[in-house]
Design a protein around this ligand. Sequence first.
Ligand code: NAD
Length: 419
Amino acid sequence: MENMNPIENARLQLKSACELGDIDKNVYEILKNPQRVIEVSIPVKMDNGDVKVFTGYRSCHNTAVGPGKGGVRFHPNVTMDEVKALSMWMSFKCGVMNLPYGGGKGGIKVDPSELSQRELEELSRGYIRAIYKYLGDDIDIPAPDVNTNGKVMGWMLDEYIKLTGHHRPGTFTGKPIVLGGSKGRTEATGLGVTYITRNICHKLGLKLSDTSVLLQGFGNVGSYTFKFLAEMGFKVIGLLEWDKEIGEYALYNKNGISYEKLSKFKEENNSLVDFDGASRISAEEFWSLRADILIPAALENSVNEEIAEKLDIKVIVEGANGPVTSAADEILKNRSITVVPDILANSGGVTVSYYEWVQNRYGFYWNEAEVFNKLEPSMNEAFENIWAIKEEKNLTFRQATYVYSLIRISEAMNYRGWF
Ligand code: NAD
């Protein structure tokens, strides 16, 4: 299944959730394809005077509960099928957190490192000129994804305002704060991962101060996860990172790595390779360490079959998107290792994007504490509801999460008379 076309893969997950949740077969028929997919050609006048034409896509998967929501990625491997699949996964993710959105996703087939800033800006603006009629804070709402960021959202919002004449900042999320971005968005995904990690520990009877964690990745998600785990009393004993000179390497300290020392070192050296508060070990040694919890927060497909066989842990909390391959997932299930899936564990990010949209439409802005005070109970509620389904139907955590989300989407479609 690993090398399968992503939309085929997404459909299999959808079908399985329909079957496990005894959901009407018409739901599968409606959801197996997005409601709308757009392919556009974007001509850009390059710095050398030539015109280069890029291909862009936007998929809006389902609008039963609200407008489409999901990022825009700039990557050479972007395809229409990938964008369709990612928009379906976004429908599931929004459903998990009860957000009033269906899934959306967009992308442009491009290697942004080959473009100048001016070319990148032209491309971002050209993408919006091509699809702006299908975007809006009540139509479909893009956000940053792979290789896009707040700066790109700023250009896109500006182009959208110029074309429509309406200042509707809620059409995009992940904006810089001064353009209507939300306080707390940067920390939100890592903070959410930490809430979910704490909750699963409570369910499994693990005392936080005795719980050891292995973390992969010290980027946005990984570093904030580390910070909040440390604040809650967890011990992060192993960290796997990547460096362009030496590739993968890991740090290990059986008494726990100090977040303060680590983040200070990163700030001063822009790398953790020579960090002296832990021993340097290989990636292979990292994957064999004994710990309670593993949080992959770097890349997709990091936990493959071979790694799944040797892990000496009790729980995986998926901080990254799709870090466990489907073959590895099967092995982990047979080894009774609980896997808390990405669409719940890392949904703090999209939830605070939703708060950004609410604040934009309201025209009234919250401080960081207000954002976090809303995030925690809503993640706890989703966790508890999914746990109840998992226990009642005897499902894996991942299966229960998909079923829980699908029940809500299918109810909405039913009330709207779609089947
Ligand atoms: P990032 O680029 O900020 O950080 C990724 C980190 O992983 C970097 O520190 C990098 O050095 C490290 N890394 C790269 N290759 C590695 C390897 N082979 N082994 C170990 N470490 C490696 O990215 P991010 O925003 O933290 O996103 C991480 C994952 O979380 C992605 O899958 C992303 O889709 C997902 N995610 C992010 C958010 C968000 O709000 N940023 C929300 C939901 C999901």
